[in-house]
Design a protein around this ligand. Structure first.
Ligand code: AMP
Length: 210
């Protein structure tokens, strides 16, 4: 099973990927998490991409593709791709790369969320520094600790209203065409992302086990 979870920023890809990883014993590759870890470590790559990510723009394809290849090479488990591919060029490179490794994408699932919900969702989410869980906070009663592990919660630098709007524009311009790339592949399915996380997960499991 090699799954691509698609969806706009804030659709719930990270939350659902973490649950699917547990349920089906998959390797979860979140390219956003990998890039944020590079920034936090102060590596040369992290320094190169920090501004791009904080502005809500896309990291160049060539860099993303070589970064991804190193991770894909290192696992023999099924993979859930979260945040990749984000351009048609990345989708083409992923197909070619998996073929070389004797693998292929088995499912492409779009978590569909109305644009009107996106900015609100992004501005009210926090991430746990320790367990990486994504937590939605009530702005009137902001949480400081992760409800799962007690770790420190933080707001991503690109989760402000202005950046969220920009990321949505980038999504429509660069990433939505990836949907057409897969739509007629026989592997493509859509889930309603406006449901509760539990309902979304149930729908995903149904698609993956049928
Ligand atoms: P995410 O955590 O998936 O929302 O990603 C956060 C940021 O990392 C994005 O806004 C981009 O700046 C960068 N990023 C993550 N994945 C990719 C990708 N596949 N291609 C280009 N940039 C990416």
């Amino acid at each position: 099973m090699n799954i691509i979870l698609m969806g706009c920023p804030g659709a719930g890809k990270g939350t659902q990927s973490a649950k699917l990883k547990e349920r089906f014993d998959l390797t979860h590759i979140s390219t956003g998490d990998v890039l944020r870890a590079e920034i936090a470590s102060g590596s040369a790559l992290g320094k190169q991409v920090a501004d791009i990510i904080n502005q809500g723009n896309l990291v160049p394809d060539a860099l993303m593709i070589s970064m991804l290849e190193n991770i894909v090479k290192s696992t023999s488990k099924g993979i859930i791709f979260d945040g990749f591919p984000r351009t048609v060029a990345q989708a083409e490179a992923l197909d070619e790369m998996l073929k070389r490794f004797g693998r292929e994408i088995t499912h492409v699932i779009m978590i569909d969320l109305p644009a009107s919900e996106v900015v609100n969702r992004i501005c009210s989410r926090r991430q746990c520094k320790a367990c990486k869980a994504i937590v939605r906070v009530d702005m009137k009663q902001p949480l400081e600790k992760c409800p799962s592990c007690g770790g420190e919660l933080y707001t991503r630098a690109d989760d402000t209203e202005e950046r969220a709007k920009h990321r949505l524009e980038v999504y429509y311009h660069d990433t939505l065409p990836v949907k057409s790339y897969y739509e007629n592949s026989g592997k493509y399915a859509v889930v309603n992302g406006a449901q509760t996380p539990e309902q979304v997960f149930e729908n995903l499991v149904q698609i993956l086990t049928k």
